[in-house]
Design a protein around this ligand. Structure first.
Ligand code: FE2
Length: 138
């Protein structure tokens, strides 16, 4: 497969595995049941995206990464829970930007469709978390 596409998909996979790990940790820190449920769901989405990215890399003849990005350490380094959630959403926005940059260069139609839906899923999850923070959930 195209090595730039492989590197891009694997870097996204590393980021999603990091996101999944972060969300697992944040789920345990949430006090409200509603926020806990939301974080659990967002974490499942991250795991789903990581799995699908690996499947696309494999389908296209590449080698999927199984690394976890350094985002986990960055979120751990933030002291307060709200700051962690805000950093999480910044990381999720980074994923959307990266997808938007690369989508025009992707020729494989199923991969392109997956990436478009993955970006939209990130927009939905960012919005849900922003609403929860605005509503004062913690
Ligand atoms: Fe993500």
């Amino acid at each position: 497969m195209d090595s730039q596409v492989e590197t891009f998909l694997n870097s996204l996979g590393d980021a999603e595995r990091a996101g999944g790990r972060v969300l697992h940790e944040l789920t345990g820190l949430a006090q409200s049941l509603e926020l806990r449920e939301m974080l659990k769901k967002v974490g499942h989405d991250e795991g789903y995206y990581a799995g699908e990215l690996a499947a696309h890399v494999r389908r296209l003849g590449g080698t999927p990464s199984n690394k976890t990005g350094d985002f986990v350490e960055k979120v751990r380094a933030v002291e307060d829970f709200r700051g962690k959630l805000e950093l999480l959403n910044r990381g999720q926005r980074w994923v959307i930007r990266k997808i938007e940059e690369h989508v025009p260069t992707i020729n494989d139609a199923p991969l392109k469709a997956f990436l478009v839906v993955m970006a939209e899923g990130h927009r939905v999850n960012i919005g849900a978390l922003e609403n929860a923070l605005t509503a004062g959930l913690r």
